[in-house]
Design a protein around this ligand. Structure first.
Ligand code: GLC
Length: 534
């Protein structure tokens, strides 16, 4: 087992900058067109230079990759496309040498239909103990030809699939992702063992996928609009699961970040009570449109809902499930909604990029931790994927209406003039890279002081060296309605101009960093942010 992290760093997660690696698309070490752990190991110095505190890896386990690895066949094996367990251990250790902690992704709501448990359940037949690990039920209707209930899928379409012997099984996502039965002690025990398995290998934290979905109302009743919580989300019994998990994490000094999509702030905060999860993703902030009053309210609500449970907020602009930030912020509707995703939505990338630069300084100045999704630091836009190359089941299951999530999962450009922009060798990347991506390549941005990469690097450097950032006091300053201005400790001030016109800066000693050039006379232009020392 890896040596415990020094105690003085026990609270690192309260204001960490955590970089999300999507291993399939980060860097391709063996040159077969798919990113892998060798690729990540070869690029750790890039992450150290960027200045992140931790890396969260989306699932790297054995998987048929029907849902990009969120269909896990075996938690104790690395998918051969990505590498080996020995390599994962080396990666965790090498990252730690560089001061970077590792967070793995656990997907407790479901497994792959290729998982040994599900194969055994199919083989064992109705009434068997093997089937009790999942939600198998007879159908409704005279001959059982109708699904057992009417629950909507998270990925459009049905949530039940019938097997040849006539029973149906529940899957909130694709049929290849059968839901586990969290009322079964073996399911709980297995996940506690999986947590220990990864903590023993030196990981510092665990991201919990679909964290509010695990426990279902045991009656599996129909969904009734307006009854909150719905029978497949946010069930009270779920909190016992996380209390048990927290005790395990505490043994290892590990931390959790939950993927909790819940509109109700009070119910959301319950997951962050001191004996449950340490943190959860702030999807309220991620989905918020680029409008001053909405952002102000999002910040206020976030801080208000976290305060009573003593948990730090997280600030998230992007991840592997949502439209890339620069594309979103260049659209007429700058918010994010899964249901509204359509092909061909126009965007102004210049405008979106300006806003994304300002949003970077905004989120990095707020109290709490920040998540940065690979490519966000390069200002990558959402890519258009040719129809015949789209792999995401969200696309196929929507009947082709939803473009799916592959547009934000395209392999990274490292070198402007190399094949696949230096992602790998000659082999074609698993998703095609746009023809005009040389301008986003890491080598070009490194050399350009005005690039998004250099902005992020400088912002992360300042955030590390200025003690006023991260966890700590936060106060809004008086400003016009469409300007966000706030003070942190040590005289640090952040101003973000969301009005259409330049605004005068408050009096200050020094400008520490600006997301874009200032206007004549030192005014702050529209869609620009600054960090000031006052
Ligand atoms: C989470 C993941 C997403 C995945 C889903 C099902 O929302 O972020 O990528 O498809 O869970 O596991």
């Amino acid at each position: 087992m890896a040596a415990p992290l020094p105690n003085r760093n026990a609270d690192w997660w309260r204001d960490a900058v955590i970089y999300q690696v999507y291993p399939r698309s980060f860097a391709d070490g063996d040159g077969d067109g798919t990113g892998d752990l060798a690729g990540v190991r070869g690029r750790l110095s890039y992450l150290a230079e960027l200045g992140v505190d931790a890396v969260w890896f989306t699932p790297w386990y054995l998987s048929p990759l029907v849902d990009g690895g969120y269909d896990v066949a075996d938690y104790r094996t690395i998918d051969p496309a990505f590498g080996t367990l020995g390599e994962a251990e080396k990666l965790i250790a090498e990252a730690r040498e560089l001061g970077i902690r590792t967070i793995v992704d656990i997907v407790p709501n479901h497994v792959s239909d290729q998982h040994a448990w599900f194969r055994a359940a199919l083989a064992a037949g109705p009434g068997s103990p093997e089937r009790e690990l999942f939600h198998f039920r007879p159908g409704r209707g005279e001959r059982g030809e109708l699904p057992p209930n009417d629950w909507p899928s998270q990925f459009s379409g049905t949530t039940w699939t019938r097997v040849p012997d006539g029973e149906w099984y529940l899957h909130l996502f694709t049929p290849e992702q059968p839901d586990l039965n969290w009322d079964h002690p073996a399911v709980r025990k297995e996940h506690e063992d999986i947590l220990r398995f990864w903590f023993e290998r030196g990981v510092a934290g665990v991201r919990i996928d679909s964290a509010a979905l695990l426990v279902k109302d045991p009656e599996l009743p129909d969904y009734v609009e307006g009854v909150d919580p719905a029978p497949f989300i946010d069930q009270d019994a779920l909190h016992d699961v996380y209390r048990a998990w927290r005790a395990i994490a505490d043994e290892y000094g590990g931390v959790f970040v939950g993927e909790v999509w819940l509109p109700d702030a009070e119910r959301f905060a319950r997951y962050l009570r001191p004996d449950e999860l340490h943190t959860a993703f702030n999807f309220n902030f991620l989905t918020c449109p680029w409008e001053a009053d909405r952002l102000r309210r999002s910040v206020d609500d976030t801080l208000a809902e976290h305060a009573p449970v003593g948990a730090p907020a997280t600030w998230v602009l992007c991840n592997h499930d949502v439209t890339r930030t620069v594309t979103r912020y260049g659209r007429a509707d700058t918010g994010f909604d899964f249901a509204a995703k359509r092909f061909g939505t126009p965007t102004d990338l210049g405008l979106g990029t300006r806003r994304a630069r300002a949003a970077a300084l905004l989120s990095l100045a707020l109290p709490g931790s920040v998540y940065l999704y690979q490519g966000e630091e390069l200002g990558l836009p959402e890519a258009d994927i040719p129809l015949d190359r789209i792999q995401d089941p969200m696309h196929s299951r929507s009947g082709g209406v939803d473009p799916g999530r592959d547009g934000c999962r395209v392999p990274l450009p490292w070198q402007a003039d190399a094949p696949s922009y230096g992602f790998g060798a000659e082999a074609e990347p698993w998703l095609p890279q746009p023809a005009d991506w040389a301008r986003f390549a890491v080598d070009r941005q490194r050399a350009d002081p005005d690039s998004m990469l250099r902005l992020y690097r400088e912002a992360l450097r300042l955030r590390r060296t200025e003690p006023g950032f991260g966890d700590g006091p936060f106060t809004w300053l008086d400003s016009q309605d469409d300007v966000l201005a706030f003070r942190r400790a040590e005289g640090l001030v952040c101003v973000v101009n969301l009005s259409g016109d330049p605004v005068a800066l408050p009096s200050h000693e020094r400008i520490l960093l600006a997301s874009g050039p200032l206007a004549d006379g030192g005014a702050l232009p529209a869609d620009t942010a600054v960090w000031l020392r006052t």
